[in-house]
Design a protein around this ligand. Structure first.
Ligand code: 1HN
Length: 368
């Protein structure tokens, strides 16, 4: 037996070729992905969308199509060019904006992708499996996987909201199913905001509901409660990476609202500059109030009220509120539950320079 390595020999080349001809391969033929967490870097670019660009396109969509038989939904998707031709804002998250004019109905349907909605302007009623849920600005509403849902606007003002969906995750699993309701909205079979009446206090629950449910049985999270909780927390605690941050929870577990998506509201207090970290989950952000910037892998991305931003996995990021008097409030949704469920969630603090990155370019300079 010889000890000389045959790795680069003609016999090995022939072996690889013969394997390939039979749809096989040798594991040693290729390198293992061997990056450490510290070396792991963003697989695609972050992306920012300005409200001043988005808003005119929403109104133009309003002139061009109607929800219902013509377009089903009047929705504009925010697509990260780093993922083209995929439609996502990140590789797992769809981020979209929907407009419904007074008197219009976006008819009910159900599908296996899950949605989270965050209301921006006006007022609408979203039917979730027969539960009419009123959405006002800042309210968050869940339409879990396979629940019937449709939207209607019974006011005199247009209604605009954010849709966050896990379409790319469901697509990757080849688990997408869609069904249209025969006509219009599915009928109301529950009390208005019934899930909130049962579970909306957050810390008191009906005595017969002891079971931990995978999907939150609470479907609406009103802004008034969210805003108050944010300010109460600000008086006692702040996080080094996210400042004053709250996660919307499933009241039966205290955990994420949905198995694939989680969502957060956070306040970067006046003058605060957080430390940087990176993690395996990706996220999409909306500036609900205030202005400031985020530094992502050394790139300074300025944002104002109404703007959106998508954070790929494994980017160092730190938040800055540029104002000394106004709070910066960010709404975000993430794929973190998927990573946690699979044991794949990793987080790494940025160690250098007291936890702050050096700014090497602005978003405009880097991405045009
Ligand atoms: C969808 O079904 C809705 O039901 C909104 O309101 C946005 C974006 C992509 C795919 C499906 C809705 C969507 C969507």
């Amino acid at each position: 037996m010889t000890t000389e390595s045959k790795l680069n020999s003609p016999e090995m080349e022939e072996f690889y070729n013969d394997l390939a001809g039979m749809n096989m391969d040798a594991l040693w033929h290729h390198n293992f992905p061997s990056q450490t967490a510290a070396e792991k870097s963003a697989p695609y670019q972050p992306c920012r969308w300005l409200w001043k660009d988005i808003e005119p396109m929403i109104w133009r969509a309003g002139d061009l199509v109607q929800p219902g038989p013509e377009s089903h939904r009047r929705v504009i998707q925010l697509k990260n060019p780093g993922l083209a031709p995929m439609p996502g804002a990140t590789h797992t998250l769809v981020l979209a904006l929907q407009l419904v004019y007074p008197g219009e109905v976006a008819p009910s349907h159900r599908h296996t992708p899950t949605a989270i909605r965050f209301m921006l302007k006006g007022k609408t009623v979203t039917m979730v499996d027969g539960e009419p849920i009123t959405m006002n600005p800042g309210d968050l509403v869940l339409t879990p996987n396979w629940t019937w849902h449709g939207h209607t606007n019974e006011t005199n003002e247009p209604a605009i909201w954010i849709d966050n969906l896990d379409v790319p995750i469901v697509g990757a699993l080849k688990a997408g199913i869609h069904e249209d309701f025969p006509e219009g909205l599915d009928p109301s079979t529950k009390m208005p905001d019934e899930s909130f009446r049962r579970f909306g206090s957050g810390h008191l629950r009906p005595i017969k509901s002891k079971k931990a449910e995978l999907i939150s049985p609470l479907h609406s999270y009103p802004w008034e409660q969210t805003h108050q909780a944010l300010h109460e927390l600000a008086s006692v605690e702040a996080d080094a990476f996210d400042d004053v941050a709250l996660e919307y929870t499933n009241p039966t577990t205290g955990g994420h609202v949905l198995p694939t998506l989680a969502c957060q509201i956070q306040m970067i207090r006046p003058g605060v500059h957080t430390k940087a970290h990176k993690h395996s989950s990706s996220a999409v952000f909306h500036v609900y109030k205030g202005s400031g910037h985020v530094i992502v892998d050394g790139v300074k991305i300025a944002w104002k009220e109404g703007d959106f931003f998508s954070l790929p996995p494994w980017c160092n990021h730190e938040f800055v509120n540029d104002s000394n008097s106004e709070e910066l409030v960010l709404y975000s949704s993430t794929d973190q539950p998927v990573f946690e469920a699979l044991g794949l969630w990793h987080e790494l603090a940025y160690e250098k320079n007291g936890g702050h990155q050096e700014v090497v370019a602005t978003y405009e300079e880097r991405y045009g």
